[in-house]
Design a protein around this ligand. Structure first.
Ligand SMILES: *Cc1c(COP(=O)(O)O)cnc(C)c1O
Length: 425
């Protein structure tokens, strides 16, 4: 079914409808036509075209409004078009956008300072996505292994990850992601990845040996179905890695940047990792990735050992700085912590009402996984029809990833829609 641009979306007062309803470059073709003909078919996309957003709401090209609990997959931390974020990006776009990493720029220095202040003594490196952040971590592990082997490569190079993990789509990230739907068709993969069961410390103890350079896990598995590491597991891994000289590297691409009510999700468990990968929420919608590396391991990267043309541009860092500013000035960590209690309680009561349909509610803060007894796609579609956008995850899970500033009323509205859709199943 094709949908045209002809109908004007019902946009907020402040929105210039001109911007909301761009005319198709091909003149007559609808956006659906253009996707069908010209966009690579590597996604099973929902059949709607989104044209404008404000806060927790987005509008499609037929004027229908949705509560956006996808947030661009945990990216739009401040919702859509937060005025302070828009102002910062507009100002920076008119000032200086890109200079490359051959030169310094003030925003990258300041953003590095802010991230290091939150994680502890160490250094940051900036890239453009989650998988790039993880690629840098994987390379860090290799450099660490070489250092431990007296400069010899290929001796201590293994990285132990978790089953059901998701670390991205580049060869490094994909090799750390033991799922057939992601790896299938692309072998041979990068060698040296081994996999243990999440939260099975004894299993990881068996895998970490004198060939292991690092343990690399998501603090809360996202794509795998919102599966949190237990505190005991993370603390055990910290001890294990310290004893055996392996790095503890945490993928906080989805769970970091305030999503759980702490800036980094591992802060709930009183551990300090050796390196962190982040991206998604960091730019509040603008593409940016980063790693933080603890001293003394930050010194493993020497001039020329890694790089990126785009990483850490003045514009990307301005977007990230504005995101961090709003998280702080609007007390969004406290807001997430407080409102998520209510969200989890409400979803738990839906589960108790329909135990044959809703198996479990998991997660932390505004990173919520609802495990269903049925496959998610028809439920996701029914939620969308009812005005709520939620992404699926592995293991029959529907995710709720509201922006960190979603209001109590928006959360109640989303839960009410979810309950109606579950009741009608
Ligand atoms: C999304 C995600 C990635 C990949 O990020 P991209 O920006 O899509 O490359 C890696 N790790 C985790 C935990 C993620 O959720």
């Amino acid at each position: 079914m094709f949908r045209g641009f002809q109908t004007r979306p019902q946009t907020p007062e402040s929105m210039n409808p001109q911007n909301a309803s761009p005319s198709s470059p091909a003149g007559q073709a609808t956006t659906a036509d253009l996707y069908d003909q010209y966009v690579l078919g590597n996604y099973a996309r929902a059949p709607i075209t989104l044209v404008c957003g404000r806060g927790t709401r987005v509008w499609d090209d037929e004027g229908k409004a949705y509560l956006d609990f996808t947030s661009g997959i945990a990216v739009c931390a401040l919702g859509h078009c937060h005025p302070r974020w828009v102002e910062a990006v507009q100002r920076q776009a008119a000032e200086l956008v890109h200079v490359s990493n051959l030169f310094r720029n003030p925003n990258q220095g300041e953003l590095a300072r802010r991230l290091v202040k939150k994680a502890g003594p160490g250094r940051a490196f900036f890239c453009n996505s989650g998988t790039e952040a993880n690629e840098a971590l994987i390379k860090l592990a290799r450099l660490h292994g070489r250092e431990l082997s007296g400069g010899r490569e290929g001796v201590r190079y293994k990285i132990v990850c978790a089953r059901q993990a998701f670390h991205g789509r580049t060869f490094g990230g994909m090799s750390a992601t033991p799922q057939e739907k992601i790896q299938g068709g692309f072998r041979p993969l990068v060698p040296g990845f081994e996999f243990g069961e999440l939260n099975d410390l004894a299993g990881f103890e068996k895998l970490v040996d004198d060939e292991t350079a690092a343990v690399f896990i998501e603090t809360i598995q996202g794509e795998g179905g919102i599966r949190p590491c237990t505190g005991e597991f993370l603390q055990g891994l910290r001890k294990l890695c310290s004893e055996r000289g392996a790095l503890l590297m945490l993928d906080e691409v989805q769970c970091g940047i305030g999503r759980t009510g702490r800036f980094y999700a591992y802060e709930h468990h009183g551990v300090v990792p050796d390196a962190i990968g982040m991206a998604k929420g960091l730019g509040g919608g603008f593409p940016i990735g980063a790693i933080w590396v603890r001293e003394p391991y930050a010194g493993l990267f020497k001039p020329g050992s890694h790089g990126t043309t785009f990483g850490g541009t003045p514009l990307a860092c301005a977007a990230a700085l504005a995101t961090l500013d709003v998280i702080e000035s609007e007390n969004l960590l406290e807001h997430v912590s407080a409102e998520s209690v209510r969200l989890f309680a409400a979803l738990e009561s839906v589960r108790a009402e329909f135990p044959e349909k809703v198996r479990a509610v998991r997660g932390l803060g505004f990173m919520v996984g609802i495990e269903l007894a049925v496959e998610p796609p028809p439920v996701i579609a029914a939620l969308r029809e009812a005005g709520l956008l939620c992404p699926a995850a592995g293991g029959n899970v529907v995710r709720m990833l509201p922006p960190l500033n979603a209001t109590r009323e928006e959360i109640d509205e989303a839960v009410a829609i979810f309950r109606r859709v579950i009741a009608a199943l």
